[in-house]
Structures are given as structure tokens and as C-alpha cells.
Design a protein. Structure first.
Length: 377
């Protein structure tokens, strides 16, 4: 143990978590009100103090227990140089020698200083990667799997888009079982798409950089749920990625209303899940929560406002998207509306697109990435 002053332990060392462990902690902060991430100005990790590299000497026993280290996984640490890497039981060390501005580490802290969290050490500073840096790190890992033949190019893109939509959204997956466990809603938005794109813009030779840039360019802010994150790609992405390619769209942007329009409706502002400006239409995903409490009345009032504004609304419930066949039937409502504006050739174009060899398989891949609990349906 390090020396103490007046009974209090002095900080013994700083450790910097890698992208995988940082993502787990970021998700944990969304679910655990006792911990927080305090921004710092530190953009590059420091080398490890070799005196304290063993798990039992790091001074983070509470965090290790929470993360199930080393029983289920290793503690992922990052160092600035290859020579700083260490080999120790339960610790995996990776190197981050790239310097990119705009993504400083955050310090893992107790949300309430008067009620310290057992996950926060009094002897060790634990630094968590910025969400933009997490995206780039995960892009590197996903690209390696693609190069090794473990993932297809489509899977690689969609997996990283899914992560971007979560970190740029207002929900959070479970730290330990992101594919099947409960989701936390109405969370802090950790990252904006603009900040992510700015971070990735400077030239560099990091593996996965091109994949990260592509995923960032396809992402949108403030997705409110995994289902909403699924709807955008499924409806509007290219058929090469398994989407229906239904035209230009915007997501989670308030309607641009005149003062007269604001006066004529019940809500002063309305923010649809998706807008199709070319067809004066909106898409709303209505999860199970929309059946609860006063939400049905609110949704009905919003629908009346859309009618007053002359906008066509397409509502999707869970039963509309719980299988590929159901989703296709529900999505055809939008195609029908577009055909009323553009003419019947729209149907020919749509049927040609979805009838191409391999489309159903590509759509199945999209479903499996964004909705893994439905695999096989």
C-alpha cells in the first residue's frame, strides 16, 4: 500500500482503460446513478507504473468485482508505447500511439462526493476513453474480424453504425449482455455525430479509420431506442446493406414551422422520428411505452397536428417490425404513398430493388445485427 496522510490513502497510479472496457463503463454509467464520468484534458494515456501492475495491487477491487475480472474477462488497459506493455494475469494491454485532438479521457468518479461508489477507487485514478475514441477503437477490432473472414463487409459497417447510433443516441445497452438484456432509456447523449466526424476527419493511418468515417457519415443523432436505430437503416439505407432505400430522410429534427403553423396546432414543436421531406411525410416508431398512461392521447394529438400540417404519418408498432415479412408489408405503405406522388413506376423500381438476388439475405443480416433477439424469424 502507498503511504498515507491523516488516515487517507494517496493516489498510487493512473490507469487508462481500452475501448472495450471503456464502452462497458460508459454503459454502466447510464445505468448506475452512483458513478459518473468527469471530463479531463488528457488525450493520450501515460505509461503504467510497473510497481502496481498486478490486479491485486491496482487498488480497484470494487471495479474488478463489478466487471467480473478475471473470472469472465480481462481488464483492458491502453499504454502509449509498445515497451510500456506488460504481461500480468487478468490484464490485457494494447498500444495507442496515435494523437488525435478532441477526445480526452474522462475520470471515473462518484456521482455524489458524500456517498462514494464502491466502483471508484480512493487510491487509483481510472480514466475512460471518450466515446469518439471508443468508436475508432471498435472500428479497428471490427475491421480485423472482417479481414480475418469472421465478418462480412456488410456486417462490419452495420455493427459500427449500430454502436454510433447508441453513443449518439439517448439509450444504452447493458454493459454485459448488450444483445439480450434490458435497455436503459432517456440517457445522456454521450456524443454527437458532428463531433464524431470532426474527430475522425484529420488524416491518419489507424486501422479501421475508413470504416469509422463511413459509419459516422451514415449515423444520426438522438435515436431514442434500439428499435428506432433499426428503423432508419431498414427503411432508408441502400439495398446493398439490406435497407429499402426509400429516399432522403432526416432523423429527430424538429419540423420547420412558420408562426402561423405553430398557432394552428396543439404542440408548439414536433420532432418526428424520421422525416421524408421530398414526400411531405413522417415516420414514427411507437414502442410499448406508447400504450401506457397518457401516451395514447398524446400520440393521437400529435397525429391530428400532422393532419393539420398536411403531412402524411406512418406509424410502426412492434408487431409491424417483429419479423422480416411483417416489416416488408408495413413498409409498403410508404411505397404506396410515394407512388401516389411519383407514379406507379416507383413500384417497379422498388420491386426490382428488393427482388435482386441476395437482397433477402442482406436484409436478414441487417435484422440480425440490429435485432439479434429475433434471429431466425
Amino acid at each position: 500500500m502507498p503511504p498515507t496522510t491523516s488516515g487517507r490513502s494517496l493516489l498510487s497510479m493512473d490507469i487508462y482503460l481500452d475501448d472495450i472496457t471503456s464502452l462497458m463503463i460508459t454503459r454502466a454509467v447510464s445505468a448506475n446513478k452512483g458513478i459518473a464520468l468527469t471530463p479531463t484534458g488528457i488525450c493520450r494515456p501515460a505509461g503504467l507504473d510497473l510497481r502496481y501492475v498486478k490486479l491485486d495491487r491496482l487498488g480497484i477491487s470494487g471495479l474488478l468485482t463489478y466487471l467480473k475480472i478475471p473470472e469472465s474477462r480481462s481488464l483492458g488497459l491502453v499504454v502509449p508505447k509498445r515497451k510500456d506493455r506488460i504481461r500480468a494475469h487478468g490484464i490485457h494491454c494494447s498500444v495507442d500511439s496515435m494523437q488525435r485532438d478532441g477526445a480526452p479521457f474522462s475520470l471515473l468518479s462518484s456521482a455524489d462526493s458524500e456517498r462514494p461508489s464502491p466502483l471508484v477507487s480512493s487510491t487509483t485514478n481510472v480514466y475512460v476513453q471518450h466515446p469518439a475514441k471508443i468508436v475508432l477503437g471498435m472500428a479497428r477490432r471490427i475491421r480485423r474480424k472482417e479481414l480475418n473472414g469472421e465478418l462480412s463487409g456488410q456486417q462490419a459497417i452495420l455493427l459500427l453504425v449500430k454502436l454510433c447510433l447508441e453513443l449518439c443516441g439517448t439509450y444504452s445497452h447493458d454493459p454485459f449482455d448488450p444483445n439480450h438484456a434490458d435497455v436503459v432509456f432517456n440517457t445522456k447523449q454521450w456524443l454527437t455525430c458532428e463531433d464524431l466526424r470532426n474527430y475522425l476527419q484529420p488524416d491518419g493511418n489507424e486501422q479501421g479509420l475508413s470504416l469509422a468515417r463511413l459509419a459516422a457519415s451514415m449515423s444520426y443523432d438522438k435515436s431514442g431506442s434500439p428499435q428506432e436505430s433499426f428503423m432508419g437503416p431498414a427503411l432508408f439505407y441502400s439495398s446493398r446493406l439490406g435497407g429499402l432505400d426509400l429516399g432522403e430522410f432526416s432523423a429527430n429534427e424538429p419540423l420547420d414551422l412558420s408562426e402561423q403553423e405553430r398557432i394552428s396546432i396543439n404542440f408548439r414543436t414536433i420532432t418526428p422520428d424520421f422525416q421524408l421531406p421530398e414526400y411531405n411525410s413522417v415516420v414514427e416508431y411507437l414502442g410499448e411505452i406508447h400504450k401506457e398512461g397518457d401516451n395514447p392521447r398524446i400520440d393521437h394529438t400529435r397525429s391530428l397536428d400532422y393532419q393539420t400540417l398536411g403531412k402524411r404519418e406512418f406509424s410502426f408498432w412492434y408487431s409491424d417490425v417483429d419479423a422480416q415479412a411483417h416489416f416488408m408489408e408495413s413498409a409498403k405503405r410508404i411505397v404506396s404513398a410515394i407512388a401516389q406522388v411519383e407514379g406507379p413506376d416507383i413500384w417497379k423500381s422498388f420491386n426490382k430493388r428488393v427482388g435482386r438476388p441476395g437482397f433477402k439475405e442482406r436484409q436478414k443480416v441487417l435484422f440480425s445485427v440490429f435485432r439479434p433477439w429475433l434471429r431466425g424469424k
